[in-house]
Design a protein around this ligand. Structure first.
Ligand code: TYD
Length: 224
């Protein structure tokens, strides 16, 4: 059976990841593809339990290292229980945040040691590196404005959304540096455009990447 395809969505607050993931899932399903949508932190029962601890802020007083290990614990469970089985079954997995969020939120703005973060990422991801990462890029002021407009519609602010604009700026730069360092995996998409225009750019990038994967000779993915 053909191997599936793993796509992650990354970016700051209010960039519209979940809306764009929904739209892409609809597009791919309309083509008859088998799509699984997931998110981090969470995505498996074990990881959802850890998500609650992280997003409530209960872990925050114990510092970024403890939080990084908790994000990693959640990711490891999610990878082994959900993502790897889906990819092995030939499905397309769309995940709202993954390892790049840890690199940026814990590694860069949490100021954690780079070797520690690399080692944690290696054991956590355990080879399940995304085939494609869509980085939704947005001016942080606009992102925060969108996030607070969303809250007025009834969603509670999580502790991350309360953080300062300056931190969001650092995170934007960090996501862009990842994209620059790994151009084969990452595509930066301007999320400041109207929703439908952003969706169209994503659709094209994903179909191009899927087309390239499907054109590979059988067995070419064995080394991945
Ligand atoms: P969520 O409510 O899912 O927000 P968003 O819509 O921004 O994705 O909250 C997830 C928060 O967790 C988000 O602010 C980023 C943070 N996070 C990390 O700090 N490290 C990680 O590895 C992941 C996956 C998320």
């Amino acid at each position: 059976m053909a191997r599936g395809f793993f796509i992650t969505f990354e970016g700051g607050e209010g960039a519209g990841k979940s809306t764009q993931i929904r739209r892409l899932a609809d597009t791919l399903r309309a083509q008859g593809r088998d799509v699984l949508v997931s998110r981090e932190p969470g995505g498996s029962p074990g990881a959802e339990a850890v998500r609650h601890v992280l997003l409530s802020g209960a872990a925050e007083p114990f510092g970024p290292q403890l939080e990084a290990v908790l994000f990693a614990a959640a990711r490891s469970d999610h990878v082994e229980q959900v993502i790897r089985p889906a990819i092995e079954a030939g499905r397309i997995v769309l995940c709202d945040r993954f390892m790049d969020s840890s690199r940026v939120y814990q590694g860069v703005t949490g100021n954690l040691d780079i070797d520690f973060m690399r080692a944690l990422e290696r054991v956590t991801v355990n080879g399940m590196v995304p085939d494609l990462t869509i980085i939704l890029d947005l001016d942080p002021a606009e992102g925060l404005r969108r996030a607070s407009a969303r809250r007025e519609h009834g969603e509670a602010a999580d502790r991350y959304e309360k953080e300062k604009l300056e931190i969001q700026r650092q995170r934007r730069e960090a996501f862009l540096s990842i994209a620059e360092a790994e151009p084969d995996r990452c595509v930066v998409v301007d999320a400041g455009q109207p929703e439908a225009a952003t969706a169209e750019v994503i659709r094209k990038a994903v179909l191009a990447a899927l087309g390239a994967m499907e054109a590979e000779p059988v067995g070419a993915e064995a080394g991945r």
